[in-house]
Design a protein. Sequence first.
Length: 256
Amino acid sequence: MTQIPVEHPRYESLMTREKIVEGVQTGITSKQGLIAQGRGETFDYLLGERTTATAAYAERAAVALLLLAQDPIISVNGNVAALVPDSIVALSDVTGAPLEINLFHRSEARMHKIIVHLKAHGASNVLGKKGDARLDLDHDRAIVDEEGIYSSDVVLVPLEDGDRCGTLVSMGKNVITIDLNPLSRTSLSSNVSIIDNITRAIPNMVQFAKEMKHNKTEELQSIVDSYNNDKVLSSAMYEMSETLKNMSIERGIEWI
Ligand code: ATP
Ligand code: MG
């Protein structure tokens, strides 16, 4: 691993990058995953590399949906497995939503490596290997498990691609995404769009789930009913413009 001094202003971001590089080296993450991470970094920079109040609001609504679901599921790809293996397993445990591996660049070897990796981080049962059902898509991400994503009512798809997200929504599922770009097709088409880095969003959600787990059904339902996703998307863009303005002023550049 490259040595990164703790006082480096991009320390967290660079450490995250190292985890993705390690994921590629061990065969968990695809090379395309490196580039996806880069796009995420850009938006995170603009967001100030923090969880905004509206992102936390979306994370709470997402947890309420998962806790209310009959058949919740969490979709895991190579970037998720490399970045947040402990907390994704913890989220699965506390919400009762199983993990299912779904890869854009699917190979038996990568599936197997990710299952072994998640089990080493405490997962008991990982779906995705059967691949006995298909979504209406023309690439490998169409392949899902009948008992998992296919029949789920609420699905958390961190770092989804736009086509698949739209397909899941059109199947009538409640779709929760985590994507730092508020303008991606993914963020625009999902029911709950968490505009936050998965390295912060998943641990936050674990914490919320622990706190909300024993809430009454009506309390959870009222969080879901009062949730406004457009507010979350517009607020993310507003926060980015404000962060840019502040960074500009801090650096002595007049904001005109
Ligand atoms: P879409 O198909 O939804 O329009 P896209 O083509 O912009 O998306 P992809 O390349 O499919 O994007 O996926 C990468 C997306 O994941 C980017 O929008 C990026 O912001 C986001 N992303 C990457 N890394 C992270 C991360 N660590 N946390 C949250 N979001 C991330
Ligand atoms: Mg996307």
